[in-house]
Design a protein around this ligand. Structure first.
Ligand code: H2P
Length: 801
């Protein structure tokens, strides 16, 4: 194939694009202009490997993976692409020739925040690993015009504003105006002969936008295809000519609403109908697209499972079951039974949480109104499930349609060949709790694939100091073979290496100190322990417990300031879903505690609390490399896996955590002497539910009691003692996540951490061992597991025949 590689210098390409794509001369160019020019120049370099990968997949007629996800939390793209292509030095030099700073240019890029948290970020890590491993794959999702909201604090309270990542040209994507599919809603179903015909009442168009996803050194490049909603008819000329511009624009506005915003997780007040439409919109477009690709080379629909593996990332695309069956029956004329078998052989489902509120259930009335044909098919799938239940003789019959709702978890499970959890503990709990009935019917279906994170972004990209140290110590192979980090294990006992390792940590801490000074105007000491909890704000993640412990520590310091305290800076970062009031109240309390602690001259540098607003991927890239202590303190049994926990350990932070999610596996890998585990296990949490009385736990803990009383009497909200009453009332009435029960164990573990950190040498050893033994948590390992156990696909890397 013709080499389209932009083989000229990067500098030349940047100049070219500055002139020809951006329309600027260097003297007039802003940082954003330089960014757009650099992005184009880098994107050019991706085109040849991208075409190559596509052609090789077609030529070999290989099985492809389709990862359907409502969320892809990509963060910034430019720096990652520059790193993956090995262009960092060249880019720096090219820009420096114009007096332009590379870091400033890459930091100008807005985050692509098309996700809420771990689920969306996992999808982004998976895209990276799929490309690095040379597995033919597409990510399919929604091109939201507005990603996760922008968070600011006003007097300590979260304020949300629409995010606007597409304000400037988005230079990574290729718009595919020719690639569109009709997506119907509502309407009627009629029967002609044995075939059903769905005539929707509303139709919008899904239009594709493609972003190439380069693997390490661009050896393979896959595609992220995001769908944007467009009207079938642009606007109504009649009302326009009458001067009724609003009515003229109505069809456009209505259609585009579908891909306008990313819904925040755990939001209870969402526009339910719109959310369901979003889910169907991208699922149907993706299935139509992959069927077109399949049919271009295959005449026999029965071959679909051998050529296509579809992953449903959570229940959000669970409508894929009925939609694929609809396409196979109503469009391609197969019988329901055949269509079901083909769909089920093709689809797989990942469960990411057992929290009941996150397992979607749609009202039957709403489903019937929005997707009448699908509702019919769901009933038939439910019958099929009942038949399988009878055959399996388990006696318990889970239903998809139950109590007037369509249970999407049960639907996804029934339609899937494989169902996986995201950590060993979570997968066990799936079998024992939420999916126990289905597991009894389909005992071979559930398997585990513990999450992972990409080392390209989460070490190589975000931690240049560690990258250099690793390259110098064990060579560069670790970047796409992370278990090579194990070679560091003996070096934990090498004093000289420990000093170098901690020097990198210190540099990263200094970088964070500077960032905090610059963005928040607060001075902190890089010699303090940096203790970090960053993630969505949710009661089960127990930021509240951390906040209460912070207040308790402040009390202890105030009482005895001259004691030998281990100085700490506690960082919090995270957003609460706008409708999740309890979580927003926790944010308010944290900010009030922060204010009181930070202003107290008696406490001084012994304790500081930093909560930078608008936590996102880019912020995580500054915080994680600088962490000494990683807070993973969820109620055991509630955090399905976690991925932040892995990023911290990889970057040499020591974890304080419960035996929850992947913390269990982190402990197994790093060794129990190199992690601080505390609190109840998942079984103990269950056992403690009966007769649980919050007040009894508080009464038993003078430390906690004091803090609760302070909050009650307005210590943290002078002049307004009732401000934080809702948090306390909730805690006292319904401490479902057992903050009070675990508090003392947490407090004790934190005091051990204080002692541990005071012995800097011993701490350094733990830090090195955390990095050395976290190689298993690469998403490359996870994706290899999916490829082998779930999808049955192979890498095409190295296969040049
Ligand atoms: C969720 C789970 C995490 C898990 C992640 C990816 C939904 O993410 O809660 O435990 O690691 O999916 O599987 P999060 O809470 O971070 O939004």
């Amino acid at each position: 194939m013709k080499d389209l590689k932009n083989t000229g210098s990067l500098a030349g390409a940047i100049e070219f694009h500055l002139a020809h794509s951006v329309g600027k001369t260097p003297d007039a160019a802003s940082i954003t202009d330089w960014r757009l020019a650099l992005s184009r120049a880098v994107r050019d370099k991706l085109v040849t490997p991208w075409f190559d990968a596509t052609h090789r997949t077609y030529a070999k007629d290989r099985k492809r993976v389709y990862y359907l996800s409502m969320e892809f939390l990509l963060g910034r793209i430019l720096e990652d692409a520059v790193n993956n292509l090995g262009l960092e030095e060249e880019a720096k030099e090219a820009l420096a020739a114009y007096g332009v700073n590379f870091a400033e240019v890459v930091n100008d890029e807005p985050d692509a925040a098309l996700g809420n948290g771990g689920l969306g970020r996992l999808a982004a890590c998976f895209l990276d690993s799929l490309s690095c491993l040379g597995i033919p794959a597409y990510g399919y999702g929604i091109r939201y015009a507005h990603g996760l909201f922008h968070q600011s604090f006003e007097d300590g309270r979260q304020v949300e504003m629409a995010e606007d990542w597409l304000r400037h040209q988005h230079n990574w994507e290729f718009e595919r105006s020719e690639c569109t599919y009709d997506i119907g809603f509502g309407g009627q179903v009629t029967e002609t002969g044995s075939r059903a015909q769905w005539t929707p009442s509303d139709v919008v168009m899904a239009q594709a936008y493609d972003t190439p996803v380069p693997g390490w050194q661009a050896s393979w490049t896959n595609t992220l295809r995001l769908w944007s909603a467009k009207p079938k008819k642009i606007f109504d000329l009649d009302p326009f000519n009458r001067g009724d511009y609003m009515q003229a624009a109505a069809p456009e506005v209505l259609a585009e609403t579908i891909s306008r915003v990313l819904y925040p997780d755990d939001s209870t007040e969402i526009g339910k109908e719109l959310r369901l439409k979003q889910e169907f919109f991208f699922t149907s477009a993706s299935l139509q697209d992959l069927m077109r690709r399949f049919l271009a080379h295959n005449g026999d629909l029965r071959a679909l499972p051998s050529k296509v593996a579809i992953q449903m990332n959570d229940t959000h695309p669970a409508i894929a079951g009925p939609e694929l069956i609809r396409q196979l029956t109503d469009i391609h004329g197969l019988s329901f039974e055949d269509a079901f078998d083909i769909a089920q052989g093709t689809l797989n489902y990942t469960n990411h949480t057992l929290l009941p509120e996150a397992l979607e259930a749609w009202d039957v009335g709403l489903m019937t109104k929005v997707l009448p044909r699908h509702m019919q098919l769901i009933e038939r799938i439910d019958d099929r499930l009942s038949r399988d239940v009878k055959k399996s003789e388990t006696g318990v019959a889970p239903r998809i349609v139950d109590n007037g709702s369509v249970n999407m978890g049960t639907l996804a499970f029934t339609c899937a060949r494989r169902v996986n959890g995201v950590s060993a503990l979570h997968t066990d709990l799936m079998k024992q709790t939420v999916f126990s009935d289905l597991h009894a019917v389909y005992p071979d279906r559930i398997l585990n694939q513990t999450n992972g994170v990409t080392p390209r972004r989460w070490v190589h990209g975000c931690n240049p100091g560690l990258r250099t140290l690793l390259n110098e110590t064990i060579g560069t192979g670790w970047v796409n073979d992370l278990e090579q980090l194990e070679q560091l294990t003996p070096l934990a006992d090498d004093a000289a290496f420990r000093i170098r390792f901690m020097a990198v940590k210190q540099e990263n801490k200094q970088r964070l100190v500077d960032w905090v000074a610059e963005t928040m105007g607060v001075q902190i000491s890089p010699d303090a322990m940096f203790d970090i909890q960053i993630k969505r704000i949710h009661e089960y993640k127990r930021q509240l417990m951390n906040a209460l412990e912070t207040a308790a520590l402040a009390n202890a310091i105030r009482r005895a300031p001259d004691e030998d305290w281990t100085p700490r800076v506690k960082f919090f970062g995270g957003k609460a879903a706008p409708a999740y009031l309890d979580a927003k109240n926790i944010i308010w309390l944290i900010n009030d505690i922060a204010k009181s602690v930070n202003e107290d001259p008696v406490i001084g540098d012994r304790l500081k609390v930093i909560y930078p607003p608008n936590y996102n991927v880019s912020m995580a890239e500054i915080l994680i490399p600088a962490a000494d202590l990683s807070e993973q303190i969820s109620t055991a049994g509630k955090e399905a896996s976690g991925t932040g926990n892995m990023k911290f350990a990889l970057n040499g932070a020591v974890t304080i955590g419960t035996l929850d999610g992947a913390n269990v596996e982190i402990r197994d890998h790093v060794g129990e002497d190199n992690i601080y585990i505390f609190g109840m296990t998942a079984d103990q949490v269950q056992a403690a539910r009966d007769g649980y009385v919050t007040q009894a736990h508080i009464d038993r803990s003078p430390v906690l009691k004091e803090v609760i009383e302070q909050i009650q009497t307005g210590f943290y909200s002078p002049g307004e003692p009732n401000r934080h009453r809702p948090v306390l009332e909730k805690l006292l009435r319904d401490d479902y996540f057992m903050v009070a029960a675990d508090f003392d164990a947490y407090w004790d573990a934190q005091r051990q951490v204080d002692q541990g950190f005071a012995d800097r040498d011993a701490w350094a050893r733990m830090a090195v061992l955390n990095t050395a033994r976290s190689g298993w948590f690469s998403s490359d390992r996870t994706i290899k597991g999916y490829a082998r156990d779930v999808w049955g696909v192979e890498s095409l890397l190295g296969d040049t025949t």
